[in-house]
Write a protein that binds this ligand. Structure first.
Ligand code: B16
Ligand code: MG
Length: 217
């Protein structure tokens, strides 16, 4: 089936917001009295906010120690610190090759879609001045099931008016690659082959991606 839409994950593909998530989670861990390392943070990539909190508490040996209300309060505080960081972002933080890649697909008549788990995606896209490059934007405010559930990508295909089999997904997280495959889409991994599996192609970043080749996969 010919490719008619390219769906992009945000964190790790278009921008590196993982470093800001890390600073905010580390601050919460500090308040709770334990260390949270960059290696621990790898487990949070592509994972929803509440699931990230569960993993953080697991790392600190505090699983099951808090009520739902306390968990929601901790997640909200973490988000407040995270939003302080992303509010200061600008175009200089767009990862290399992103704009060329988005333009390249559009020049070939391919729809461009954002498919992110983040509830803050609109703020980030707006600070990066990237919103006009997308035909559809699906973020954490529009979906209820986290990756590896395919909901975010299936909704992206629907909003773009194409079939799932006509989509290619660009993802840096294993949960996202799984979500793309479960949606019946092609998956292009962004990252290191040692950390990821189950993809159709892998590149180090969008700067290596040639849209005219991707539409033939
Ligand atoms: P928020 P993506 C994901 O973004 C991040 O990789 C993940 O670390 C984060 O927990 C999730 O968004 C939710 O973000 O707290 O801003 O709603 O990779 O799906 O673009
Ligand atoms: Mg990601």
């Amino acid at each position: 089936m010919a490719i008619k839409a390219a769906i992009f994950d945000l964190d790790g593909v278009i921008v590196d917001t993982a470093k800001y998530h890390y600073l905010a989670w580390k601050r919460l861990a500090g308040e709770l009295g334990f260390e949270f390392t960059e290696k621990d943070n790898e487990r949070l990539k592509g994972v929803s906010r509440m699931r990230s909190l569960e993993i953080l508490l697991e790392v600190g040996g505090l699983s099951g120690k808090f009520s739902e209300e306390e968990m929601l309060d901790m997640a909200a505080r973490k988000n407040g610190w995270y939003v302080e960081h992303i509010s200061r972002m600008d175009e200089s933080e767009i990862l290399p090759g992103t704009v060329e890649c988005l333009r390249g697909f559009r020049n070939l008549g391919i729809k461009t879609v954002l498919g992110s788990a983040s509830k803050n995606a609109m703020l980030i896209l707006s600070n990066l001045r990237l919103a006009p490059y997308f035909d559809a934007i699906i973020d954490g405010t529009k979906v209820s099931k986290a990756k590896p559930d395919p909901e975010v990508f299936l909704l992206g295909a629907k909003e773009a008016g194409v079939k799932p089999g006509e989509c290619v997904v660009f993802e840096d997280a294993q949960a996202g690659i799984e979500a793309a495959k479960r949606a019946g889409m092609k998956a292009v991994a962004i990252g290191n082959p040692d950390d990821l599996s189950g993809y159709d192609r892998i590149y180090r970043g969008l700067f290596e991606v040639k849209p005219e080749e991707i539409i033939k996969i």
